[in-house]
Each structure stands twice: as structure tokens, then as C-alpha cells.
Design a protein around this ligand. Structure first.
Ligand SMILES: *Cc1c(COP(=O)(O)O)cnc(C)c1O
Length: 293
């Protein structure tokens, strides 16, 4: 963003102030859409936890985005920002059945990530379609704190427990209309992403009433100049081919869903603060990003 513009904003609004560049956000949204333009039905749900500023939510809504939420509070924020409940996905982790029912009351889509709640929910509400979060057990992501698809992860239902899921569906007659994965943040290697996607396709075959497959997110973003980032365009080319093949095999044009957070907003933010004093003492000299003592 232009430095003069930032200075003007600082002068007009005072410091400290957060500034978000709407153009950057819109461009990233467009970039992802373009990368997957050969997919018939694409849905991008912005992962609200990356930045819940209400103006940013409204901007993304205007661009045609849906919303991925992980708490009731985020759901309420999304509704406040004008998202239709139909465009909101609720992906909680380990919350009570009551909280999930609260989200159902609000009319949003539900993503369930454990067998216990799936069974309870299915028994009580067999007619409300749900998405199921699968853990494909792929070690992906920048570090172990943000890698959520590994074998010990608390997120998702193990892909090895798919027979259990199918049995619950059979017993409760509940409807599973989507399957989902989100294996971690900062995934640079698209081969890892594609590998996890293959596991999801294999799993998807076993579900008869899908409307969508949600590939989550985790795209690596640059944190500083020169940093590497996920090659979204290459991922788009490769995953599109496999997704379209899969739809043919499945016999239906499913919706391909992504839920990017950082990818859309991480390069759009500025924090402006005023420096009051620059002080040099005899003991430390701050020089070129290093402290010399
Ligand atoms: C955090 C999160 C995302 C977004 O991850 P990014 O790395 O910011 O793109 C998407 N889906 C779920 C379920 C999440 O928890």
C-alpha cells in the first residue's frame, strides 16, 4: 500500500490504527477463483478466524464468499455481517451437542468431527444434512502446532473409521451431504495436498449422497519478502483435473469447497503506530535488526 496513503490515514484517524487493504483481499479471492475456473461448481468459504473485522467480512461477502466458522460467536458475527445462514459452515471441535443444535437453530451448515456427536446428532435430527470432517492422517503443515491432520490430531474422524461413519448413517438414516478435510496451515508442498485429496476422494466414493467436497485450506503464505508460498495456480490445474474426473466417476457435479483464511487476508494488513522517541544509550545500539551488546 502506498506509504503516503498510510501516513494520511494515520494523521486522519490517529495511532495506533489497523489498516486493511481491500484490493489485496479482493485480488487474492479472484486469484483462487481463477485458479479453479475449470471446476463447474466452486465455493470459497472464508475462514473467519484469520480476521473477524466486520468490514472485511462484508467485503468478502460482497465478493461472493461464504464463511467458515469455528464458534457460535463467529457464526453470529457472520450473520451480523450479512451472510445468509446457508452460506455459513460451522466447524467446531469437541463442542457439546447443545452448541451444535444452537447453530442448527441459526440455520447454518454443520460440520461434525467426531463419531460420538455424529451418532447423537443423527439419532435426533436424521433429516438435517451434515458434513463430516475426515482426518486423512497426512502430516502436513508448517510445524506440529499447526499440523492438524496427523495421526494423533484431535481434529476430524480418522479415515480408518469410515466404516463406523457408514454404520451410523445406516442406523440413524441421517444424511451426510459433504465431506471435509483440513490438514494444517502453511502447506507449501502441493504434492502433499494432492496426496491428501486422493485419500478424500477414496473416502468420498463410499458416501452416496454428497453435494460437496471441502478441501479445507492451509495454503502457505509469505510472511516476509522473498518467502515461498503455495503455488495456487499449479494446485488449481492439478486438483481441477482430478476433481472433474472424480465427479464423472461419482455421476454428479459436486461443489468443490475451499476455506482459506490467511491466504485471503494475511498480506492485506498494516498496523500503524507512532514512534515517540528513538533513544540510543551507551549499552545497546540497535542496528540492522540486531542488538549489539
Ligand atoms: C484455520 C482453519 C482454516 C483456515 O486455515 P488457513 O491456514 O488460515 O488458510 C480453514 N478451515 C478450518 C477448519 C480451520 O480451522
Amino acid at each position: 500500500m502506498d506509504t503516503n496513503l498510510l501516513l494520511n490515514i494515520a494523521q486522519q484517524y490517529g495511532c495506533p490504527v489497523y489498516v486493511y487493504d481491500g484490493n489485496t483481499i479482493e485480488n487474492q479471492f479472484q486469484r483462487l477463483q481463477d485458479a479453479f475456473k475449470q471446476v463447474k461448481k466452486l465455493k470459497i468459504n472464508y475462514a473467519a478466524k484469520a480476521l473477524t473485522n466486520i468490514s472485511v467480512l462484508k467485503l468478502l461477502k460482497k465478493k461472493g464468499s461464504g464463511l467458515d466458522t469455528v464458534s457460535i460467536q463467529e457464526v453470529l458475527l457472520g450473520l451480523e455481517a450479512g451472510f445468509s445462514p446457508d452460506d455459513i459452515m460451522f466447524t467446531p471441535n469437541g463442542v457439546s451437542l447443545e452448541e451444535i443444535e444452537e447453530a442448527v437453530q441459526l440455520g447454518v451448515h454443520i460440520n461434525i468431527d467426531n463419531l460420538s456427536i455424529l451418532e447423537q446428532f443423527g439419532a435426533k435430527h436424521p433429516n438435517i444434512p451434515v458434513c463430516v470432517r475426515i482426518n486423512p492422517h497426512v502430516m502436513a503443515g508448517g510445524n506440529s502446532n499447526i499440523s492438524v491432520g496427523h495421526i494423533d490430531s484431535k481434529f476430524g474422524i480418522s479415515v480408518h473409521q469410515t466404516p463406523h461413519i457408514l454404520r451410523i448413517i445406516e442406523n440413524t438414516k441421517m444424511k451426510v451431504n459433504g465431506i471435509h478435510m483440513h490438514t494444517g496451515s502453511d502447506i507449501l508442498d502441493i504434492e502433499v495436498f494432492l496426496y491428501a485429496s486422493e485419500i478424500l476422494f477414496e473416502t468420498a466414493k463410499q458416501f452416496k449422497n454428497l453435494d460437496f467436497i471441502d478441501f479445507g485450506s492451509g495454503f502457505k503464505v509469505p510472511y516476509k519478502e522473498g518467502d515461498l508460498e503455495t503455488d495456487i495456480e499449479e494446485l488449481g490445474e492439478k486438483l481441477t483435473v482430478r476433481f472433474n474426473e472424480f465427479c464423472k466417476e461419482y455421476g454428479k457435479d459436486l461443489t468443490l469447497v475451499f476455506e482459506p483464511g490467511k491466504f485471503l487476508v494475511s498480506q492485506a494488513g498494516y498496523f500503524l503506530a507512532k514512534v515517540n522517541v528513538v533513544k540510543q544509550t551507551t549499552s545497546t545500539v540497535f542496528s540492522g535488526g540486531r542488538f549489539w551488546i
